[in-house]
Design a protein around this ligand. Structure first.
Ligand code: T4K
Length: 418
């Protein structure tokens, strides 16, 4: 519960008042299903004395996920990044691969780590997903493929990207780390492109502590990735393929099997939270809540707002004010992969083609959600933003955060203030 009432700027922690929450409100708080059910499964694992290496829990988990998504194969992995790396290698990507810069850096690193050059294409500012016209502009003779990202759980423009891939003879796969349970034109994500990669990281809508998977309808690709996930072993002592260790462990599969039971309930709570944010933010000029198409399924796991130039203080000042209240809002995925290393040094001029990605990266704030967040908390978070809206450039009280206030690490204190 908030510890104070906010009526004016003087009540804000950034102006010296105590913080609203004595415990931090996190973006990415893990969703945890039936604790007893999970612990029972853990006991079963200990009784089985089978902890990893394609154990019974992992096999059941793979079957359940494949059935849930309506795909033939689910190859469970230790995390989404290794799943991306294995999928990229199994597909035979080489040379250059086109991806958005506006994504978590793992999409780019999974390529670069394997000696492949990520080439960043711009996004559609309305959806934050790849703009097909921008993808076309980045194709060169060295391009071997495209990785679309379903950012915030909203499907990338799959048909358009597939058409480009077909026209140029490129391979297409998707980073579906945000899109577990989402749909595209009514069909569940998981079946598109050559394969799709899921993340079940703790901070994702559906988690296995750490974890990931590649899902595909391609039998041959699935078989190759199964080999690659386990050092290339086919039975005892028989290595028939180069490989790595990408295996999911039993306890992660147990968490996944447990959480799968609650996933619809959690998504419904997130949907209601999103609606509560929408209502509470609707009257605040300069703030736009990213909406999701009502006809498509989405976990509503990401509450993304954009702050436009008409808002009297900067995005960074809003984030600093929220952090001071113990609301740990994030600037995902600022500043964009092309401004992170090694890409910033490798492609110092990449930004010339990435105006929309840049603009979005300057505007974005991601707010907390999930089953532990009450609607009162949501109203309260929005009331901080509303009070900030009444700030103006002539009122240094808000515009110049008190220097004696400790800034939580990673918060851009006053750097963005006018
Ligand atoms: N592709 C995309 C598009 C992705 O978004 C990701 C991962 C991947 C690929 C790669 O998948 P994985 O290899 O991760 O499976 C987090 C996650 O670590 C990362 O999985 C995720 N995307 C990314 C969007 O977010 P950070 O650096 O923000 O994590 P961190 O430690 O700051 O945690 C986020 C917030 O969650 C914090 O406020 C604290 C809270 N938290 C976190 C953990 C781990 C908790 O309350 N409890 C916890 O257990 O990257």
């Amino acid at each position: 519960m908030p510890t104070k009432i906010i009526r004016s700027k003087a009540d804000l922690a950034i102006n010296g008042a105590p913080p609203a929450f004595d415990q931090p409100l996190h973006v990415g708080r893990p969703n945890i299903g039936d604790r007893e059910g999970f612990l029972q499964r853990v006991n079963q694992i200990l009784d089985n004395q089978w902890l990893t290496n394609n154990g019974p829990m992992v096999q059941e988990f793979e079957q359940r996920i494949a059935a849930h998504l309506g795909v033939k194969h689910c190859i469970a992995m230790c995390n989404g990044t290794i799943a991306l790396e294995i999928a990229i290698r199994a597909l035979g990507f080489e040379g250059e691969v086109i991806i958005p810069s506006w994504t978590f850096v793992a999409t780019a690193h999974a390529l670069y780590w394997q000696g492949i050059t990520p080439v960043f294409a711009d996004i559609d500012p309305a959806t934050h997903n790849l703009d097909p016209a921008a993808v076309r502009r980045m194709i060169t003779p060295r391009t071997s493929g495209i990785i679309g990202v379903h950012l915030w759980g909203r499907a990338a423009p799959i048909d358009e990207l597939q058409a480009i891939a077909d026209e140029y003879g490129l391979k297409l796969m998707f980073d579906a780390a945000h899109a577990f349970g989402s749909t595209y034109k009514g069909q569940t994500i998981g079946r598109f492109g050559a394969c799709e990669v899921l993340s079940f990281h703790a901070t994702k809508s559906f988690n296995t502590f750490e974890g990931g998977a590649v899902v595909t309808n391609d039998d041959e690709l699935a078989e190759t990735m199964r080999l690659m996930r386990n050092f290339g072993f086919k039975g005892y002592d028989n290595v028939i393929h180069p490989g790595t260790n990408g295996k999911m462990i039993e306890v992660c599969a147990a968490m996944g099997l447990t959480n799968l039971v609650s996933v619809d309930e959690i998504f419904a709570i997130n949907r209601r939270n999103h609606a509560a944010y929408k209502q509470a933010l609707s009257g605040i000029p300069g703030i736009r809540l990213l909406d999701y198409a009502p006809a498509e399924r989405n976990s509503h796991h990401y509450i993304v707002i954009e702050v436009d130039d008409t808002f009297p203080i900067s995005r960074d000042a809003i984030v600093a004010a929220l952090h001071a209240e113990n609301i740990l809002a994030r600037k995902y995925f600022w500043p964009g992969c092309h401004k992170m290393q090694p890409y910033r040094d490798l492609f110092p001029h990449a930004g010339l083609m990435l105006q929309n990605s840049h603009d979005v990266s300057q505007r974005i704030v991601v707010l907390p959600t999930g089953p532990t967040l009450t609607h009162d908390n949501i109203k309260w978070i929005c009331s901080v933003i509303e009070v900030l809206q009444h700030a103006n450039h002539h009122q240094p009280h808000v515009d110049e955060p008190q220097t004696q206030l400790a800034q939580p690490s990673g918060v851009a204190g006053a750097e963005g203030l006018p």
